[in-house]
Design a protein around this ligand. Structure first.
Ligand code: ADP
Length: 322
């Protein structure tokens, strides 16, 4: 291994920069040349390579987003696109590639590995839905941003006896919503993994109002059948019986742009080092993740097409604590 490249792909996540920095600096210490590829798989296909030395990644550790920029690239989903990607790697004499990203990105890296290229993935997504990592880069920061918003909504909610339906990210996975609900002391949580009857949520809110609560929070994952918009539509006809005046707050991309937390910076630094170690060992086609308190590799073939199962005991806990 002499020359490696690193890219960030899919949804950006706070901590991606710390992972790039770690790959660049640990790769450099192994005596390798390191290149960044701008704009994910699109930059791979179009050979957007930039040489990166240890000083080029100074000052990015504390910044959210990804200084290499990310992209969604439909062309990479085709064999032709991936062969183009292989060609630009070979033309630039790259011996190994590190892909920092979530589920979709790691499917791409697996397919590139199947074409015979040495690839290592790093688990990074605020959704925390990747098999092969207990937590993923970006999750902790996104969770803390959701929490700060919930805490603030409680303050204003208490002044007006309002209830807030707070929608957080999570297309297929309710992990972020569930954790935000537990940490934020929500009255109810709505996630894609559990079918809910909106009448049950209405009743929970009603009971909370009757118990004299000054505010109420319902955390809703964007991918739930009843997202915040659909829930408020449902509640419109029931508003009087619920007690609280209800409002919707959709956090959306606000959750992505935060300054990476200490936990995300440390996780990203460790996984970045884990990725160059895996390349050095000749261990390719793996995802570097955090498993049982350690950096661990899992074959990409065992993670693609899967999503990590949510521990539904946490859903029960959220209900018990309302
Ligand atoms: P994330 O990695 O955050 O889950 P996406 O699902 O949008 O984000 O995937 C990011 C990129 O990974 C896509 O734009 C595409 O280039 C690549 N990708 C996703 N799915 C596949 C696939 N099935 N085959 C090849 N490449 C894929």
């Amino acid at each position: 291994m002499k020359r490696i490249a690193v890219l960030t792909s899919g949804g950006d996540a706070p901590g991606m920069n710390a992972a790039i920095r770690s790959v660049v600096r640990t790769g450099y210490k192994k005596g390798w040349e390191v290149f960044g590829i701008r704009e994910g798989y699109d930059g791979l296909i179009n050979a957007k390579f930039v040489p990166l030395g240890p000083r080029d990644v100074g000052g990015i550790l504390q910044k959210g987003g990804t200084f290499l920029a990310s992209a969604r690239c439909e062309e990479f989903k085709t064999e032709k696109g991936r062969l183009h990607g292989m060609r630009s790697l070979n033309e630039n004499n790259i011996d190994g590639l590190v892909v920092i990203g979530g589920n979709g990105s790691q499917t791409g890296s697996y397919l590139l590995h199947k074409l015979g290229f040495p690839v290592v993935g790093i688990a990074s997504t605020i959704d925390n839905d990747l098999v092969g990592s207990d937590v993923t880069i970006g999750l902790d920061t996104a969770l803390n941003i959701a929490l700060e918003a919930i805490d603030r909504l409680k303050v204003t909610g208490a002044s007006h006896q309002r209830g807030f339906l707070v929608e957080v990210m999570g297309r297929n996975c309710g992990y972020l919503a569930l954790m935000a609900a537990i940490a934020g002391g929500a009255e109810a949580v709505v996630i894609p993994e559990v079918d809910i009857d909106p009448e049950e949520i209405a009743s929970t809110l009603r009971v909370a109002y009757e118990r004299g609560k000054s505010h109420a929070i319902v955390v809703v994952a964007e991918g739930a059948k009843y997202n915040a918009t659909r829930l408020i539509e449902y509640f419109e006809d029931h508003q009087d019986s619920i007690g609280f005046a209800l409002r919707v707050t959709i956090l959306g991309h606000v959750q992505r742009g935060g300054t990476p937390s200490a936990a995300d910076r440390i996780l990203a630094s460790r996984l970045g080092a884990g990725a160059t170690d895996a390349l050095e060992r000749g261990e390719y086609g793996v995802l570097v993740g955090w498993v049982n308190g350690e950096v661990k590799t899992t074959p990409l073939k065992d993670i693609v097409g899967k999503t990590k199962e949510l521990d539904l005991r946490l859903f029960e806990l959220a209900r018990l604590l309302d």
